[in-house]
Design a protein around this ligand. Structure first.
Ligand SMILES: [Zn+2]
Length: 488
């Protein structure tokens, strides 16, 4: 199946427009403003609404030369950057789904469509979260919950892949074994019940929208608003010639990426590496470079966050212990269920055996199983995050891993599956280490919170997942059959 140029152009434009909307989300959510009102975008400085012709993604900023048309205040380079990044990401996701591994039959294409939409939604949420995290050190839970719901709906619509579809044909397939999903769902429900009961018994417990990333409750939404009241908005740096060239270069990258996808299927392997692998490395490398650039821009909020970490240091272990107590009921339920399923010899069920049993009781069991696999992946992803947080905090005696990062991992698990989340987490840790190392050589640089690295890790795991799964499958299967109590 060749890649139609019209389709590629539509996807690039779609990405840029989504990026434009993400800019609204990035500006308004941390300031406690409504996404819907006002409907028109406005200049943050003089509040005059922006004419539609100047609101065209990327090109609008270039045409205005990076300044407001009414008052001449510099418009942050973040706007065209986010638009270009979203366009490249959408092209990349499309590439992974339909170009890098061509799917012939329209039926498989239709089956993949909900998962493609979930992946678009996930990476849009991750881009918004990453930029908010860089600017305020917070993760907005609402963005993560949007992605989680989208993921569960998408997998419910797609259902489980049928037998005749090879696992390698699905990009985010490879679900966890059904019984692990069941245990995950039970643990999630127990956690929700614990939360519900405790919040009823002690209504004073906080329920704010923002979870912190890498720091505990440091910069809440209100304090961001306080520090930047209307009119005294922190001014963007005036646009320089270099900035213009950089944005223009990014626009060219978007166009080049689209062009490559159009011609990709015509000449697949005229390079030593596979062409799609080169595209993946280039896109992930570009995103890494942009994150490093973001690390070179110092912000006032940095010192506040550092002070908060030092201040909270004495209570860090207490907080971790309290959270462990919160999770204890869910953990107990999980262990009891695991032991029981193992005893009753249910643990080793494959999805298709489970589906056959389920079909007797549940109508549309494939869709129910699809939803269950997404919920299971979501809960296990969050469980990995909580484990890292609690163990890390006990080990280092200071907050090791933000609660916002756990929500991000849950969103990744729901939309892209547990393996993307798993490999993405390790990729993120490696990239963050590399990034910190690179930034060490610049004096005015600062630490980048973990959220953006997690987003980049998930993006990198997308092309690498099937390869890594093939590599680790024998070990995984051996561990699994040991867990199920089977011998070879
Ligand atoms: Zn203005």
């Amino acid at each position: 199946m060749g890649t139609s140029w019209l389709l590629v152009v539509v996807i690039a434009l779609f990405g840029a427009i989504v990026g434009s909307f993400l800019n609204v989300v990035i500006y308004r959510l941390p300031r406690g403003m409504s996404i819907r009102q006002p409907a028109r975008s406005f200049c943050p400085h003089c509040r005059s609404s922006i004419h539609w012709s100047h609101n065209v993604p990327i090109v609008g900023w270039l045409r205005l030369r990076g300044r407001c048309n009414t008052c001449g205040t510099p418009i942050a380079a973040r706007y065209p950057l986010v638009e270009a990044v979203t366009a490249v990401t959408c092209l990349f996701v499309w590439d992974r789904f339909f170009v890098a591994r061509p799917i012939d039959t329209p039926a498989t294409l239709a089956a993949q469509l909900p998962l493609l939409i979930a992946a678009f939604g996930l990476f849009a949420s991750l881009i918004a979260s990453a930029v908010i995290d860089i600017e305020t050190y917070t993760v907005d839970i609402r963005v993560c919950i949007f992605a989680m719901i989208l993921g569960v709906l998408a997998f419910a619509t797609a259902g489980l892949p049928s037998d005749d579809l090879a696992p390698s044909a699905t990009i985010v397939g490879a679900p966890l074994p059904p019984m692990l999903c069941l245990i995950g769902a039970a643990m999630g429900l127990t956690w929700l019940a614990t939360w519900f009961i405790v919040s009823r018994l002690f209504p004073a417990t906080h329920s704010e929208h923002d979870a912190t990333s890498s720091t505990e409750e440091t910069v809440e939404a209100e304090s961001v608003v306080e520090s930047t009241p209307e009119g005294t908005e922190q001014r963007a740096a005036p646009p320089t010639r270099l900035m213009h060239t950089a944005i223009l270069a990014l626009l060219l990258i978007v166009i080049a990426h689209a062009a490559w996808l159009i011609f990709a299927s015509d000449r697949p392997a005229d390079l030593p590496l596979q062409a799609d692998a080169i595209r993946s490395i280039l896109v992930c490398g570009l995103m890494f470079f942009l994150l490093i650039l973001a690390g070179l821009v110092p912000r006032e909020v940095d010192d506040e966050v550092y002070e908060e970490i030092v201040q909270n240091r004495s209570q860090a272990r207490t907080v971790a212990a309290r959270e462990a107590a919160w999770l204890a009921p869910a953990l107990v339920v999980g262990i009891i269920l695991l032991v029981w399923l193992r005893r009753a010899d249910f643990l080793g069920f494959t999805w298709h055996e489970a589906l056959d049993k389920l079909a007797i009781f549940v109508p549309a069991s494939s869709h129910v199983a699809g939803a269950l696999s997404a919920v299971g992946a979501m809960i296990w992803a969050a469980a990995i995050g909580w484990t890292v947080r609690i163990l890390g905090t006990f080990a280092f005696g200071k907050e090791a891993y933000g609660t916002g990062d756990i929500y991000l991992m849950a969103a990744i698990g729901a939309c892209a599956g547990i393996w993307n989340c798993f490999f993405g987490f390790f990729a993120a840790a490696l990239l963050a280490l590399l990034g910190t190392f690179v930034l060490m050589f610049r004096k005015r640089s600062r630490a980048i919170p973990f959220g953006p690295w997690l987003a980049l890790g998930s993006l990198c795991a997308l092309p690498a997942e099937s390869w890594l799964l093939r590599f680790f499958r024998p070990t995984g299967e051996m561990l699994w059959s040991l867990m199920c109590g089977k011998t070879f």
